[in-house]
Design a protein around this ligand. Structure first.
Ligand code: GYE
Length: 328
């Protein structure tokens, strides 16, 4: 009898051990850290790298968090896998910086059914049911684009014709959609603006350098270019590199380069005059995301949409102090 009881006990113990080791419940550590699973787009730009650093800086053990981080390498499929893994691991929160707007309904529904709040950061998702996410922390990309087109309207008020090259960011991402829409709306209102090329720069310096160079080389006669509207700083770097290689000057009396993000390196180029107009887009969103989680933890309801305030710079307004104090 005793033997039977002992073997039963051993069996039960064994079963317990197996169950525990199989369970990938990330929140079942012996600490009471809040587990946050982050799905980041990639590392395509300086903005993105700063955004990742800002996220990692707040979700630390000292602050009471365990951070699980996945870099999707610019592939939405990888974001889906990361999110599904976080659901299996039973994380407390999921934070997603979505690559593009479409295609999120199914995976966010799974997170919702698992009872895990999802916070969308930076770009947005286009879903049927906005209850699929708890909050969005990001920027108003259409407004950013409008700031640039308003500047263009003033700058070229007396011009007979304005030849514009438009370098787009990752197609289908909110940052691309908003900044593109603003330019297209302004093009419709200014009959003297000619869109001479619309190129896909994918938010990277290398791709933009390539498409911009190809455009110039394949144009036959040297194209007259008044404006290059780049949808982020790394694209502006690639565009300037290509323009200068093929004998254009950027700035006063030359091609007016417009850019978004206002990273330190871009502000330096702005001060040099090579970037004529910079629209700020703030990547330091980590503290805002942390606030959302802290609010929920304290039993509150965070506001659903949180946009950050952003400014603009020209060679006349940017200063060395601004550059020195730039965090990204
Ligand atoms: O402008 C660009 C990055 O979504 C706001 O993505 C972000 C954009 C940013 O790669 O540099």
């Amino acid at each position: 009898m005793m033997r039977k009881i002992i073997s039963l006990l051993v069996l039960t113990l064994l079963a317990c051990c197996i169950i525990c080791s199989c369970s990938s419940d990330a929140s079942s550590g012996d600490d009471d850290l809040i587990v946050v699973g982050v799905s980041q787009v990639g590392a395509e730009s300086d903005w993105r790298i700063a955004n990742t650093e800002s996220t990692k800086a707040v979700f630390t053990e000292e602050n009471g968090y365990r951070l699980l981080f996945d870099d999707a390498k610019q592939m939405q499929e990888n974001q889906f896998s990361a999110i599904r893994k976080y659901i299996q691991q039973k994380v407390d929160y999921i934070v997603v910086m979505p690559i593009s707007e479409e295609g999120w309904d199914a995976v966010l529904q799974e997170a919702k059914e698992a009872g895990i709040p999802v916070i969308i950061v930076d770009r947005m998702v286009n879903v049927d049911d906005e209850d699929l996410f708890t909050a969005h922390v990001g920027a108003d990309f259409y407004l950013e684009g409008q700031k640039a087109t308003e500047w263009m309207t003033e700058e070229f008020a007396d011009a007979e014709e304005v030849n514009i090259i438009h370098i787009q960011g990752t197609i289908g991402s909110t940052a691309q959609l908003g900044r593109t829409q603003a330019l297209e709306d302004a093009l419709a209102e200014n009959s003297n603006w000619n869109l001479i090329a619309q190129l896909d720069g994918d938010f990277t310096q290398a791709k933009t350098y390539e498409v911009m160079s190809d455009y110039i080389i394949n144009s036959g006669t040297r194209p007259v270019i008044d404006v290059v509207y780049c949808e982020n700083d790394n694209s502006a770097f690639g565009a300037i590199e290509a323009l200068e290689k093929y004998g254009y000057t950027c700035g006063e009396g030359g091609v007016k380069v417009i850019s978004f993000d206002a990273t330190k390196q871009a502000l330096e180029l702005c001060m040099e005059g090579k970037i004529s107009f910079e629209v700020e887009c703030n990547p330091m969103l980590g503290p805002l995301v942390k606030n959302v989680i802290d609010t929920i933890e304290a039993g509150g309801v965070p506001s659903k949409y949180q946009y950050v305030d952003e400014t603009v710079f020209t060679p006349d307004t940017v200063t060395q102090e601004i550059i020195d104090s730039r965090e990204y």
